[in-house]
Write a protein that binds this ligand. Structure first.
Ligand code: TRP
Length: 339
């Protein structure tokens, strides 16, 4: 079992990042270890330059995200934790795979279409070839399991297509170079929505800080945000069907369920018939209880730049060692001479 996943080094890590991705990383860290496998998690800093960015902010955000991952339970001694930029094999393999990936495949990527909008001509080449780098990220380590959110499923399917075509075109059936990666999209990695608008994803780019719970928020802030979260005047229903068309109510009930580790049906059995005046304080308390230890560890770590950099340096050295054999095999399969 080889688990590989990447996370963008965005600032302001929030509840959506935690419940949607990071929690699954921690679960897979345990599973991979139990199966005698390895898990690798990296900051996708090379992907971050595909859009306009501020260099100093990228550096700060990369460190902040490492602190977040460790605070949430990723253990750099048990998982390989690093940033792409320190493992040049990612960029090298991307180039090699660029000979295999087709323009038509990339043109169909919904994330490309969404991010480029009407102005495709004005986008960076990196935004277009972003999914090829992502394929390289996982293929470089022969990933078997790739825990991701629903929005990354298409990119993983593309990675499988690239791996398959490369194996077909350049390898014998008996000795394929690449493993086909499997996206793992856990049902509870449900999209956590904005607290102000149940139809928008919780996001760090929302101008209103009231729309999200940051992993850095203290207890008072969390309670205030939950109490002010948008809802409707109806009490919670006692069955999931009653949440149809009530996106904000559904989101709060969903957050409760995921955090408490119970089903949505159980939440509604417990709180059905109660108004938000009763449910919100219960949700706020649960959030505070679950996030307090993360908050504590994060605050202790975030200022310790030397420790964070040491984690990344060590992780990158281990990642390079794992990456090199596959990269060498890819060069050789393509007939590229390297002395
Ligand atoms: N594109 C992913 C995202 O935005 C991040 C990512 C980069 C990734 N490389 C990856 C995820 C490889 C899984 C595997 O969330």
């Amino acid at each position: 079992m080889r688990v590989v996943s990447g996370i963008q080094p965005t600032g302001k890590p929030h509840l959506g990042n935690y419940l949607g991705a990071i929690r699954n990383y921690v679960a897979f860290q345990d599973q991979a270890e139990a199966a005698g496998g390895v898990s690798l998690y990296f900051l996708a800093d090379l992907h971050a330059i595909s859009l306009a960015h501020d260099p100093a902010e990228l550096t700060a955000n990369t460190r902040e995200m490492v602190a977040t991952l460790v605070a949430c339970g990723l253990d750099p001694a048990r998982s390989v934790l690093f940033n792409q930029a320190q493992v040049p094999q990612h960029a090298e393999l991307q180039w090699l795979l660029s000979g295999t990936a087709r323009m038509g495949w990339l043109n169909r990527m919904t994330q490309w279409k969404d991010k480029a909008g009407k102005n495709r001509e004005g986008q960076s080449v990196a935004l277009f070839t972003y999914p090829v780098l992502q394929a390289a990220d996982v293929m470089l380590y022969q990933a078997t399991h790739v825990p991701v959110g629903d929005d990354q499923k298409q990119h993983l399917e593309l990675a499988r297509d690239i791996a398959q075509k490369f194996n077909n075109d350049f390898c014998t059936d008996a000795a394929p170079v690449f493993t086909l990666p499997e996206p793992i999209i856990p049902p509870e990695a449900a999209r956590i929505m904005s607290l102000r608008d149940g139809s928008a994803k919780m996001s760090k780019s929302d101008p209103s800080d009231m729309s999200r719970i940051n992993l850095t928020d203290d207890a008072d802030t969390i309670m205030t945000k939950i109490k002010k979260a948008r809802t409707d005047p109806e009490p919670l229903p006692s069955e999931a069907k009653g949440l149809e068309g009530r996106a904000e109510a559904a989101n709060l009930a969903e957050i409760y369920a995921v955090l408490a580790g119970i089903s949505l049906a159980d939440v509604l059995r417990q709180f059905g018939g109660q108004g938000f005046g009763q449910f919100k304080p219960a949700l706020g308390e649960l959030l505070i209880e679950k996030l307090a230890p993360i908050n504590l560890r994060f605050n202790a770590l975030r200022q310790d730049t030397a420790a964070l950099d040491a984690i990344l340096r060590d992780g990158a050295a281990r990642a390079r060692a794992l990456a090199i054999p596959t990269l060498d095999a890819a060069y050789a399969a393509l007939g590229l001479l390297r002395g």
